[in-house]
Design a protein around this ligand. Structure first.
Ligand code: WT7
Length: 635
């Protein structure tokens, strides 16, 4: 967020129409917020009644081992039961759960009944591969229906899924497999992107080579290209699904509300990615409640969350949230501009999609192609829009509102994180909007902007974003590293017991929150979260690089791009050919999303006397700004 956005946006109101308010699940946000705050536990306990539980809880929230909070203590449940099993007992068995379109234009649809059968079959396949309750399964796939099935199948048998986004490559995947100790990997032969095939299986082969723990690889045939299949290790998904073992009946494992559901790796300050752990009980409640109230989902909606299931947005709002609500979701495999820049708008028209939820970077990218592409399509089915991943600049907000939403569709700008599991600061359709602000906290959540000491900042003053009360879908720990959990999120405001989000923000006179961005070494490239450390270790794993420092620099479309500064090993020459080699190396090791926009060779990096790289100095230099206080710089 820029100062300009704040100054202009603060008084730029967009009020919902009476019709929107009357049709909303929550017509009066303020009243509900006040009600929830009177007794947050009672609020969540009451709402949890809309879900099925095999056994009810003894206590909604247990704070005795804070910050290791426990929700719905003593309850027995399984998110897969609420997501699919229960719908097959109602009229929704015939409702479409998923409409899918591949990039080449192929289409598939699944009713809740059909999806339930596929999930059961695959759950039995996983069992036959020796996967048991508590075992981890790594999933590395393109955006195809089998990805969603594999996730829910894991949940059904009590296995813990770890989905790795297909835009990561070899070393990133190998690290995540090793950390989770997954013996089984589910992948596909490839996936379509911009008319090309992404060779996912090849990345798996190389990553598995580096992670000896893997015993079996299950491969979905998507592209049909020739790939290597390792005898005794690799199996075709379709072969397994045709075996008698793949029966369409599979008992749903009875889980404790606090049993792990998934690990999702995300970047933080320095070091290796953190395995954020979420559990069955609180997560199912929070994702379904937030989706229902914020996007006002009803049975006749066609919901499109255009994210990738490999990120938290997809976990919560492509897979679990919509399925629990019994909603119809749309999913698309490929690039928004393939083969033409109207691909998205064409699909909105063709499938009569009613809600679109995407990231500012996608909006800005599509905006560049002008108004003619969306204007030639019938977008009248849309009634709500959403944004997530980074602050949305008011220009992009206004374009989205006018050209896509025809000034009819409110925009839900949702602030949240992998760690929070669901929306935290977000409007609802009945809330008045200001472009660039995620508005107010979700009912039951207490959020503030505070200074170093924890005092609330006055309106207009920058501070740190904190969450002052636990919420049901909060991360439970960092997988295998509870100290890191405490240290990263709970140590900064340990005295107060607040969750530190790692973002800076500002409130305005109306109590609206304006998120500015990360205060740690996390860079948001096209909304994707990357750690400077991951990109740096990718660079230094090349023999030519002795030391590397990377920073995020503002970019009009991507939000930020990566600039890298490398000190070379003696004997290597820093020329254009080496720049290309290093970019290819980062693509291969970390993934295409981590490729630096610029690589510069330097003799020295600005460091503190204790040897810490001063990224702020590099950033100021890159942006041509004053370098600020250099007194702590190593001489
Ligand atoms: C970081 C979390 C939550 C799903 C996708 C991102 C930034 C996220 C917004 C927003 C301003 C936002 C924050 C946050 N962020 N949404 N609406 N406005 N900033 O999840 O990859 O864990 O990243 O994304 O900086 O800390 P994530």
């Amino acid at each position: 967020m820029t100062d300009d956005a704040f100054n202009v946006g603060q008084s730029e109101w967009y009020h919902p129409t009476d019709e929107i308010i009357q049709n909303a699940h929550i017509p009066d946000y303020e009243a509900l917020y006040q009600e929830a705050m009177q007794d947050v536990e009672a609020f969540w306990g009451q709402r949890a009644e809309v879900l099925d539980w095999f056994q009810k809880w003894d206590k909604v929230l247990d704070t005795s081992e804070a910050p290791f909070y426990k929700w719905f203590v003593g309850a027995k449940t399984n998110i897969a039961h609420n997501a699919i099993d229960r719908h097959t007992k109602t009229w929704r068995r015939n409702k479409l759960a998923l409409i899918w379109e591949g990039e080449p234009g192929d289409k598939r649809t699944f009713s809740y009944h059909a999806l339930w059968r596929e999930v059961n079959k695959f759950a039995n396949v996983l069992k036959s591969m020796g996967v048991r309750k508590g075992d981890r399964v790594t999933i590395y796939m393109g955006r195809i229906p089998e990805l969603l099935m594999a996730m829910v199948a894991c949940a059904k048998i009590g296995a813990v899924h770890s989905v790795v986004y297909g835009g990561f490559s070899e070393q990133a995947l190998a690290d995540r497999i090793a950390d989770a100790q997954s013996r089984v990997i589910v992948t596909c032969d490839g996936s379509w992107l911009r008319g090309n095939i992404v060779n996912l299986k090849q990345v798996v082969d190389e990553a598995v080579h580096r992670s000896p723990v893997v015993e079996s690889v299950i491969v979905v045939k998507r592209t049909g290209q020739d790939i290597h299949m390792e005898p005794g290790r690799d199996y075709w998904f379709h072969d397994l699904m045709n075996l008698p073992i793949a029966s369409p009946y599979c008992e749903t494992e009875v889980m404790d509300a606090e049993d792990p559901l998934f690990i999702l790796y995300t970047s933080g300050t320095t070091g290796k990615p953190k395995g954020v752990l979420h559990t069955h009980g609180g997560y199912q409640l929070y994702t379904s409640t937030t989706l229902e109230w914020v996007f006002d989902l009803k049975d006749d909606d066609r919901w499109w969350c255009a994210a990738d299931p490999g990120w938290i947005t997809g976990h919560s709002y492509i897979v679990y949230g919509p399925l629990i609500l019994g909603a119809t979701s749309f999913m698309y495999e490929g690039a928004p501009t393939h083969p033409y820049p109207d691909r998205w708008w064409k699909m909105v028209e063709e499938y009569a999609l009613t809600v679109l939820y995407t990231a500012p970077t996608a909006i800005r990218g599509l905006m560049r192609f002008g108004d003619a592409w969306p204007s030639r399509r019938d977008l009248s089915s849309l009634r709500l829009l959403g944004s997530v991943g980074e602050p949305i600049n008011p220009e992009a907000w206004r374009w989205y509102h006018k050209v896509i939403g025809k000034e009819r569709c409110p925009i839900m700008d949702t602030w949240w994180q992998t760690e929070t599991g669901g929306f935290i600061i977000t409007p609802m359709p009945s809330v008045s909007l200001k472009p660039g602000s995620a508005t107010r906290p979700f009912p039951g959540l207490e959020v503030d902007v505070v200074d170093e000491e924890g005092n609330s900042c006055a309106p207009g003053v920058d501070g740190y974003l904190v969450i002052k009360k636990p919420w049901p879908s909060m991360l439970r720990t960092v997988y295998g590293d509870p100290d890191r959990y405490v240290d990263q999120y709970w140590s900064k405001y340990a005295k107060q017991g607040w969750y530190f989000a790692g973002d800076s923000a500002r409130k305005d006179e109306d109590g609206y929150i304006w998120v500015i961005g990360r205060v740690d070494d996390v860079i948001k490239v096209s909304g994707y979260r990357l750690g400077t450390a991951e990109v740096e270790s990718g660079l230094v794993s090349h023999p030519a690089v002795a030391e590397a420092a990377v920073i995020g620099v503002p970019d009009e479309v991507k939000g930020s791009v990566i600039y890298a500064y490398c000190i070379l090993v003696t004997g290597f020459e820093g020329n254009d050919a080496l720049v290309d080699t290093l970019k290819a190396h980062v693509r291969h090791e970390v993934g295409p999303i981590a490729i630096p926009a610029k690589i510069e060779f330097v003799d020295k990096l600005p460091k503190t006397r204790s040897g810490k790289i001063m990224r702020r100095v590099l950033k100021a230099r890159a942006m041509g700004l004053p370098e600020g206080d250099l007194s702590t710089l190593e001489s």
